[in-house]
Design a protein around this ligand. Structure first.
Ligand SMILES: *Cc1c(COP(=O)(O)O)cnc(C)c1O
Length: 488
């Protein structure tokens, strides 16, 4: 299988090339030439790792069995993920309502599932492409991605990583998670500016010819770790498969029964993986796309109009505070019947006017199995409190957006809700939802939360306060370029 561009502006690429390049150089995203189908039923009793190998293999032409197994088995260890099953399905009530905990990895966010394996794909991909240039990954983060990328890329041969975060713009826990990262190839820099400044700064570096040439002279190229890389997207298909099969395994459903999934969505990466799982043959009936007040996707699914010209809201679910969902492009490509010309038109319109619209037929086609739903801040807090009182389960703010969306939707089949962060990552807001006053610093909130039934403090956060800060650089926005030059 090869990978083609959503905008038909690249020669078909092998998996290794698609991973090595990240996005299509002329704009557009790599998608598989066709969506393979798999007999998932034969995997009911298998481990996460075996399920991952079976699910990923059809996407990874050019990799042999040993290489795929090496990537999977090195990424998904019990040591990294804390639990042998890697992800965990929790039945919150006794029948229909399941929460899929995706945050047992090293940084307590679901991004670990992809970012633990993607660097391994990248290593092999570089070798297969005969690319012996050093790769410097540049990341701008509003919190979660930075640490997950640092953990994934640290100590990877031939790769280094630089993370920029807004000085004073991330939580104390998130900051310490990043600044205490060890590994000889990691750098973390605070920028006196907000997340957009960091993001725009990094984007400017990717387009800075002089800097790129200077790096090339020293045998270095820049790359990104964000979710437009197919190598980051495809590993996420696996947990849809595994969580469905776990319900079969525990006799909650029979193979072939419909389930719905509800996903707290930002960049549309996670839920898109669910769509691919469905197209590969997993019996998923409906995908609920849950958003916070930044409800651009809800409006899109309701009206067919995608319009980013709107106020940006900071919410308690910051990883979903996004107005341009990059991975939607892949979904629209499929929904348009793989019409690359159409995608070019839509994205021209988005870059010129900040909006685009699709016709009623396409809306009908999408909403046959996808439902948009957005949740306000007050409801997030109430949902955290209500689920705790009724079921004794403590969840984070992102998960709560999705759980509230399930309660709002009229689903009448078992539903699996993706839980994307440990409650300990957002302790103060979670406490607020539980009706407990959060006083003092974030570590006091973590301590308080540990007495509520939230389970043991996640090891990514336990002991963080005592760890040595290894990265303490603070720079101005205009110094980002010089800072990267200094790292060359
Ligand atoms: C990144 C993230 C999301 C959004 O996932 P997308 O794939 O961008 O839609 C949701 N919750 C948390 C905690 C995240 O870190």
């Amino acid at each position: 299988m090869r990978y083609i561009s959503t905008r038909d502006n690249a020669a078909p690429a092998m998996f290794a090339e698609a991973v090595n390049l990240g996005m299509v150089p002329a704009g557009g995203l790599f998608v598989p030439e066709y969506i393979p189908t798999i007999n998932f039923e034969s995997l009911v009793n298998e481990s996460y790792q075996k399920t991952a190998v079976a699910t990923l293999t059809p996407f990874m032409d050019g990799f042999n069995k040993e290489e795929i197994e090496a990537c999977v088995n090195e990424a998904y260890t019990s040591e990294s993920f804390g639990i042998p099953e890697v992800v965990r399905n929790v039945a919150v009530d006794d029948g229909r309502f399941h929460i899929l905990e995706l945050w047992h990895g090293p940084t307590a966010a679901f991004k670990d599932v992809a970012l633990q394996i993607m660097p391994r794909f990248m290593q092999y991909s570089k070798a297969k492409c005969g690319d012996d240039v050093h790769t410097m990954i540049l990341v701008a983060t509003s919190g979660d991605t930075g640490k997950a990328a640092l953990e994934g890329f640290k100590n990877q041969k031939g790769i280094s990583i630089v993370v920029f975060y807004p000085h004073g713009g991330v939580s104390e826990v998130q900051k310490l998670q990043m600044t205490t990262t060890d590994g000889a190839n990691t750098r973390v820099v605070a920028v006196r500016g907000n997340f957009d400044d960091c993001q725009n700064g990094v984007k400017a570096l990717f387009g800075d010819e002089a800097l790129i040439n200077e790096a090339a002279k020293r045998g270095i190229k820049f790359s990104s770790a964000n979710s437009i890389n197919w190598g980051r997207l495809c590993p996420q298909i696996v947990y849809y498969v595994r969580s469905y099969l776990d319900l079969v395994n525990t006799k909650k459903i029979s193979y072939g029964d419909d389930v719905d999934f509800c996903v707290p969505t930002g960049n549309f990466g996670n839920i898109l993986a669910g769509y691919y799982a469905k197209m590969m043959g997993l019996p998923i009936r409906k995908l609920i796309c849950a958003s916070n007040r930044n409800n651009v996707l809800t409006d899109f699914f309701n009206s067919g109009i995608y319009d980013k010209n709107r106020e940006f809201h900071r919410t308690m679910s910051p990883s979903m505070d996004i107005l341009i969902s990059s991975n939607l492009e892949r979904f629209l490509f499929e929904m348009s019947g793989r019409d690359a010309g159409k995608i070019v038109d839509l994205y021209d319109s988005l870059s010129q006017k900040g909006s685009f619209s699709v016709d009623a037929d396409m809306v009908k086609k999408m909403t046959a199995f996808i439902e948009g739903c957005w949740i306000d801040e007050q409801t997030v807090l109430e949902t955290i409190g209500a689920i705790y009182r009724e079921h004794g389960y403590v969840m984070d703010t992102h998960t709560a957006v999705a759980v509230a969306a399930v309660q709002k939707s009229k689903t009448d089949v078992p539903v699996i809700t993706a839980s994307t962060a440990s409650p300990y990552k957002f302790s103060a807001d979670v406490l607020k939802g539980l009706g407990i006053a959060a006083e003092g610093d974030e570590f006091e909130s973590v301590e308080k939360l540990s007495h509520t039934g939230a389970g043991a403090v996640h090891r990514a956060i336990e002991g963080l306060k005592e760890k040595n800060v290894l990265h303490d650089r603070v720079i101005d926005i205009l110094e980002m370029r010089e800072t990267v030059r200094g790292f060359l």
